[in-house]
Write a protein that binds this ligand. Structure first.
Ligand SMILES: NC(=O)c1ccc[n+]([C@@H]2O[C@H](COP(=O)([O-])OP(=O)(O)OC[C@H]3O[C@@H](n4cnc5c(N)ncnc54)[C@H](OP(=O)(O)O)[C@@H]3O)[C@@H](O)[C@H]2O)c1
Length: 295
């Protein structure tokens, strides 16, 4: 297949570029070459490339900045996906869009997860923009996949896992304060890229949840990392209210991969298994990077 990947310089997009590139022809324009907020740019690009699949990993993902940057969040997270959905429909391409656990309010009591057909009720501007992006996709692209995921990490870009390793590995590690009241499933972007490939292989359609199995709090996740890497830092629990910025975040971010499992196409392992592999592969590199930086 010929696949156009948007956001290929980002955390998930770069993994999709690698994973899909092994079996497919992929085209990966950067933001300068194709800005998804430009209708003319999108239509011209699709007309020229004529892909079988358009995969949108682009987005404005700074959850706190989204609270104040209304114009930017609407343009990138809603109008961009709408442009891509409409143009995909025009050229009869499949459109794959990535959405988020933040479309939900996180009020379900643990360990109840959110299912694909639960009603969204976002708490933040970012979550609202992702909810609206989903609506734009459903209304405009007849052949779509929406992949809702959560708590992504990977070697590219900034993420919670990298930030914990780096803080804990500093020459003079401090006590790390980490929220023990937000729960989710840390999900390796590389694994999600493989899951995306599997969805395309099976010609998936509709809205899918795709996160690692099992769950933990941010605090438990930080303790897991520090123990696995044998670091000397100490973790202290705090509330996400003390810790985070402008945006309100859901406490329960658990997504059940119900449709993937029903269709027998889930490749998602337990979060501990993948995080262990990730740390074995990249832990030393991240520790070295942290130690080289001045404290
Ligand atoms: N990270 C998570 O934990 C998480 C959780 C749930 C869902 N998601 C969703 O997963 C998707 C990928 O997230 P990520 O963490 O990989 O994002 P990311 O690392 O922030 O990357 C975003 C990408 O989008 C590109 N981009 C931004 N504005 C653009 C525009 N106007 N036109 C074209 N490209 C543009 C960026 O390019 P530049 O680098 O050049 O700006 C970058 O390549 C997003 O839809 C996000 O909402 C992420």
């Amino acid at each position: 297949m010929k696949i156009l990947v948007l956001g290929s310089t980002g955390m998930l997009g770069s993994e999709c570029k690698d994973a899909l590139g092994q079996d497919h022809e992929i085209i990966t324009p950067d933001k300068k070459e194709l800005d998804i907020i430009s209708w003319d740019g999108v239509i011209e690009n699709l007309q020229e490339v004529l892909p079988d699949v358009v995969l949108n990993c682009a987005g404005f993902t700074d959850v706190d900045a989204c609270e104040t940057e209304d114009f930017k969040v609407r343009k990138i997270n809603v109008e961009g996906p709408r442009n891509l959905a409409q143009c995909s429909a025009r050229f009869e391409c499949k459109f794959v869009h990535v959405s988020s656990d933040y479309v939900f309010d996180g009020q379900k009591p643990l360990p109840q997860p959110y299912f694909e057909d639960d009603a969204p009720n976002p708490l933040s501007a970012y979550g609202k923009s992702k909810m609206e992006s989903e609506k734009a996709v459903r209304e405009n692209a007849p052949n779509y996949i929406i992949i809702r995921t959560a708590w992504l990490y990977g070697i590219h870009g900034n993420n919670f896992i990298k930030s914990i390793v780096k803080q804990a590995a500093k020459k003079k590690p401090k006590v790390l304060k980490v929220a023990d009241d937000q729960f989710g499933s840390p999900t390796w972007a590389h694994r999600l890229a493989l899951q995306t490939k599997e969805l395309l292989r099976h010609d998936g359609k509709g809205t899918y949840h795709a996160t690692s199995e099992g769950y933990c709090s941010r605090f438990e996740c930080a303790e897991f990392i520090i123990k696995k890497l044998g670091l000397k830092a100490r973790v202290e629990p705090c509330s996400m209210k003390d810790f985070h910025g402008a945006a309100k975040r859901p406490g329960n971010c658990l997504l059940e991969n119900r449709l993937l499992k029903k269709q027998g196409i889930s490749v998602m392992p337990d979060w501990k298994e993948d995080l262990d592999t990730f740390l074995k592969k990249f832990g030393e590199e991240l520790i070295k990077e942290a130690k080289e930086k001045k404290n």
